[in-house]
Each structure stands twice: as C-alpha cells, then as structure tokens.
Design a protein around this ligand. Structure first.
Ligand code: AMO
Length: 427
C-alpha cells in the first residue's frame, strides 16, 4: 500500500510524523540548506533540507521527479505558505526524463498546441487544472440538480444507424455489413426514453464531422441533455435557466481559488431570463447595421453583438424559422414556418439549444420529407410515437462551450481534456 497524506492536508497537520509524495516543482540548493518545492493535486509545500546526505539527494533531483518524503510540517516565517516540511527521509519514486517537453511553470506562456501535445503534463499547471476542476463542479452540479428533481440518467448508444440532426456532418463507420454513424446527438434516444420514463438526462459524447476549425467548435463534444414528457418549450426553458444559475452559483461557491487563478469573475444572471424572439433579434441586429436576413443563422460575432443589444448576461432567442432547426422541432400550428425552438446565449455565446418535439408520427414524416430526409430511415423512431407518446421537449448544453464561458477561455480546446478537431487525433 502506498500510504501518504496529501500536501493540502499535511500543511494543516503541524508536528505530526507524515509521509507526503508528489512532483518536484523546483529545487534550490544553497551553501548550507536546500529547498524542494513539492507539489501534488492538493497544493504545494516547501521541503527544507539541512541534512548533508539528503542535500546530496536533492542535488540530483530534476523537475517533475516523483518523490516520497517522510517528516513533519512546522510553521515557518519565511515560506510562502507559512509552513515548511522538515524531512527525515527522501525517496525517489520515479525520475522524470529531462529536459521536460515544455516549461510548466515558466514566465513565457507555452503555445496551446504544445500543451495539448503533452496534455498529461499540462494538467499539472494551475491554469489547466483549474479549468478541469471547474468543469468537474459543473458536471456534479448538473447531475445533482436533476437527480434531486427526479430525472433519471440514461446511456444512449453512440453508434447509430441514421442522422439525428440532419444529413450532413456525420462520421461514417463500417458496421459489419451495414453502414453506421457516430452519434451527432443523443436526440432520438432521449425522446424514446422520455415518452416512458418522463424525465431523463444524459451526459454523453457526440461527434460532428464539421470541416471548419474555429475557436468555438470541436468534432467531439460532451453534451449534457435533458428530455421531459408532458412539457413544452417554455417548461424546459425554465429548467434550463434554473440549472444554469445553480451550476454558476455552485462554481462560485466551490471554486473561488480556481476562478482567481484564471482571473475570472462569474456574473450569475438574474432569473427569469429575458426571452427575445428570433424575429426581434434579427430586427435588433438590422437596426444596428448588421447584414442579416430573416431565415439566416447568427454568426458568433452577431451573437456577441446581440448580447450587447439585449444587455443581459444570459437570455433566450426563441421561435426560430423551421429552416434553421432540426426536423423534430414542433412547428407552430398557425405558422408552420416557425418552430417551438430556442437557443440560450450566455456570456455572448450559444451554450444550449432545445425544442418542443413532434410527437405525432404523420407530422414527423412530413417534416423529414421537407428536410430532404427519408422517413424510411427513421422507422423505429417514428413508430415509437405511435403507441401513446405524450408531448415532450428538451435541450442540450455543450459541456465544453459552457466551461469556456464559465472559465473565460477564448479557445474551446482549453476546455476539452483531449480535444478532437480537424487536425488533432492524438493524444
Ligand atoms: P445543437 O446542435 O444546437 O442541438 O447542440 C447543442 C449544444 O451542443 C454544443 N455543440 C457544440 N460545441 C462545440 N462544438 C460543436 N461542434 C458543437 N455542436 C454542438 C453547443 C450547442 O448549443 N439535439 C439538439 C439539442 C436538443 O434539441 O435537445 C442539439 O444537438 O453548446
């Protein structure tokens, strides 16, 4: 057994004999005394070495060597943290190859590409570990909120037989004698779950074969989705605004240090969020001199501009043209060119979108044909609504997009542990 006390805990346990272990951040060897800054995931401590034999061992230590130190914590007036660790023994657990691929704690910022190539080490920097500690809190807050409200977590398949978000952008996969695809979304499966389990959610990877490389798009994304029966778009927009506020408040409470490291102050939006229709949004942008016509999608700069015009940290754009949304979006009865769909903009960027769904098989076939898709490829899905399907609605939040807005990153790759984009397939 590898017994040790984490450094964060060891810093508070004065004068107890303890074993700590971690990575050598740096060493300083002076004439009569040597120092090792030892780091683990919980923090750092200065190991102060006076014994000659141990001082010789310190001379041989390199950055990122893994070592185990037995000794005790004492208060210190000079060490940054107010304590230092006095060792009785130092053991090298594993040496790190030198030189390191990049300078983890250097003054000069390392290029993102290099950091991503050596992601396993990049995780050891305060910057990157703060991003993923925050992401972890977002995930647990999401799960906790929905579990408390009676939603059931489900696991959709990731290999699927037909497109869920339209025909384009699918990764193809040979599947024995058949053609399969990587899921673009858990969409069809969450609907099939909700019409029996009523309130469901999932956190699942999805793939989109979008060829462009942008700071806000990845080819593999984690989507956080809900689907709810006996609900319309307005019902699930309320859930979305409440869960978003809950996640932001939780990060603010649980991650003050990480937010400080990233220089980020979270503005928690007020409830309820403002609702702006798609048509109003187009008019606002046109009045502000933007070139955009009814039926167009908003570019990322236009989403930011709209945020300025609306003047809210978070808001909904609702009632979209049918042409902009997937085939499963419920059209308005009185105006079928417009569908019960919404996007949620937070911090100037679309983090989520959702719709009320079509639960009527014949209308679904009609919408599929309108979108140039063949209803025969969706038989299982359409048939599931033939045996008592309640009206239902749902949405999806992109985990990396949300993490981007919460941490203030400008490149989404910072917010995916192992991003997949047009050029990157390793690590
Ligand atoms: P949509 O395609 O709008 O809707 O995706 C929902 C959310 O997922 C994130 N997202 C992405 N993030 C990074 N890179 C991408 N390429 C990417 N694509 C999507 C965004 C987006 O808001 N099934 C519907 C949702 C629903 O109606 O329930 C869907 O997938 O944050």
């Amino acid at each position: 057994m590898f017994e040790r006390t984490q450094i964060g805990k060891a810093r508070e346990s004065l004068d107890e004999s303890l074993t700590i272990a971690g990575w050598v951040k740096r060493t300083r060897v002076l004439r009569n005394i040597s120092f090792v800054i030892l780091r683990d995931v919980s923090g750092e401590i200065q190991v102060t070495v006076k014994d000659d034999e141990m001082r010789k061992a310190v001379e041989d230590l390199g950055r990122e060597d893994v070592i185990k130190v037995t000794g005790r914590t004492v208060s210190s007036e000079v060490a940054n943290t107010g304590v230092e660790f006095i060792p009785d023994s130092i053991e090298v657990v594993n040496k790190a190859k030198q030189p390191l691929p990049f300078d983890l704690f250097g003054q000069v910022k390392t290029e993102l590409d290099t950091r991503l190539n050596y992601r396993f080490m990049d995780f050891r920097t305060e910057h990157t570990s703060s991003i993923f500690k925050i992401q972890n809190v977002l995930l647990t807050a999401f799960r906790g909120f929905l579990t408390d409200r009676g939603y059931m977590e489900f696991q959709p398949p990731c290999v699927i037989a037909s497109a869920s978000e339209g025909g384009a952008d699918l990764f193809m996969l040979p599947y024995f004698e058949k053609q399969a695809y990587l899921a673009q979304s858990p969409q069809l499966y969450k609907q099939m779950c909700a019409i029996s389990f009523e309130k469901v959610y999932t956190i699942t990877p999805i793939w989109r074969a979008e060829k462009f490389n942008t700071p806000t798009h990845l080819n593999e994304v984690r989507q956080m989705d809900i689907e709810q029966a006996f609900a319309d778009d307005e019902t699930v927009m309320k859930v979305l605004e409440e869960i978003l506020v809950h996640m932001l408040v939780t990060v603010k409470e649980k991650c003050p240090n990480e937010l400080e490291i990233l220089g980020r102050e979270i503005v928690v939006p007020e409830l309820p969020f403002r609702h702006v229709t798609y048509t109003e949004s187009i008019e606002m942008l046109q009045d502000a001199g933007e070139e955009i016509a009814w039926g167009d999608d908003f570019s990322k700069p236009q989403e930011r501009k709209l945020t300025e015009l609306v003047g809210k940290e978070a808001f909904f754009i609702k009632d979209w043209p049918s042409v902009q949304k997937a085939f499963y979006a419920m059209p308005y009865e009185e105006n079928p060119d417009v569908v019960h769909a919404f996007d949620c903009i937070y911090s100037g960027i679309e983090i989520s979108s959702g719709t009320m769904r079509i639960h009527l098989p014949e209308l679904l076939r009609e919408q599929l044909r309108k979108k140039g898709l063949n209803p025969d490829n969706f038989t299982h899905y359409i048939e599931s609504f033939a045996y008592g399907a309640p009206p239902h609605a749902g949405w999806s939040i992109g985990l990396e997009r949300l993490t981007m807005t919460v941490t203030g990153m400008t490149n989404i790759r910072e917010c995916s542990m192992f991003p997949r984009d047009r050029d990157r397939l390793v690590p």
